[in-house]
Ligand binder design. Structure first.
Ligand SMILES: NC(=O)c1ccc[n+]([C@@H]2O[C@H](COP(=O)([O-])OP(=O)(O)OC[C@H]3O[C@@H](n4cnc5c(N)ncnc54)[C@H](OP(=O)(O)O)[C@@H]3O)[C@@H](O)[C@H]2O)c1
Length: 248
């Protein structure tokens, strides 16, 4: 999604700074963007969001090049199943580190710059089902629930004190490499998702959640009483493609 958002933003003549671990991929994307719009800069740097210093260097790099940061879109994330049969706290820690703490670290450094600018927008990425547990996906869900909770707690104060907008993205299923092994029904294209995200940012929305059908279904399930919720079919909730693990 990050790649597609960057490509679409380049058409608005935004200068861009791209970060991820595979800098060879970043180089390709950056070259493609510059080839299609020679009026903008598109710089990139390797960054592992598990590493606080990488994030400090990423923010410094963007600020030194552009002398301001208007919008930061934080989409780095991993989705790893955590089957009950092989309960493994390392999966849970890694997922929290990347999906939640990565955005917290970025926010620490971005806030300093945005406070001095007296403006800025930080977009963080949660997920549509961020309110109830899902069998087999607890690590991912917990990391995203933390994003939703933490950044909602920050939102009003960041706006009122420093004029910093915090936007939480809550996508349903989007056809990206992340879900290619899990055949999620009703997934929308990455192009459509990026379009919705950019429109939402332009409108200064607090939360950007989509697509509508999945939003309605998720929020309806949020209302199920516990005794009903706990009786839902476990395999159905895990979804197609969830790894089959032997019981020991
Ligand atoms: N696709 C969906 O259905 C869906 C639904 C709800 C929410 N989301 C969320 O949307 C965001 C984007 O996901 P996507 O679907 O675009 O997945 P994706 O295609 O797998 O992209 C994830 C990106 O995160 C980067 N990344 C992973 N670990 C990183 C790390 N330690 N440091 C820096 N970058 C890292 C990866 O780049 P490198 O490997 O090069 O580092 C990759 O480009 C994620 O936060 C995801 O949880 C996705």
């Amino acid at each position: 999604m990050g790649k597609e958002i960057a490509c679409q933003l380049s058409k608005f003549n935004c200068n861009l700074a791209l970060f991820a671990r595979r800098d060879n991929e970043l180089q390709k994307i950056s070259e493609e963007i510059i080839k299609n719009n020679k009026k903008i800069k598109c710089i990139f740097k390797k960054c592992d969001v598990k590493n606080l210093m990488d994030i400090k260097n990423a923010v410094d790099f963007a600020y030194k090049n552009f002398r301001r940061i208007d919008i930061a879109i934080l989409t780095a994330g991993i989705l790893i199943p955590n089957p009950i049969q092989t309960f493994d706290s390392k999966i849970i820690r890694d997922t929290i580190d990347i999906n939640f703490m990565g955005s917290v670290y970025f926010t620490e450094f971005l806030m300093k710059i945005m406070k001095s600018q007296k403006s800025g927008t930080i977009v963080v990425t949660s997920t549509l089902p961020d309110r109830r547990g899902v069998p087999g996906w607890g690590a991912y869900g917990a990391s995203k629930a933390a994003v939703s909770w933490f950044f909602e707690s920050l939102r009003s104060e960041a706006k009122q004190r420093y004029n910093i907008n915090i936007i939480t993205l809550k996508p349903g299923s989007v056809k990206t490499p992340m879900i290619e092994n899990y055949h999620r029904r009703g997934a929308i294209s990455v192009e459509k998702a990026a379009e919705i995200i950019i429109k939402g940012i332009i409108k200064d929305k607090e939360v950007i959640q989509f697509p509508l059908g999945q939003l309605l279904m998720t929020r309806t399930m949020d209302l199920f009483p516990i005794f009903v919720y706990d009786k839902l079919d476990i395999d159905l909730q895990k979804g197609d493609g969830y790894p089959q693990v032997k019981d020991y």
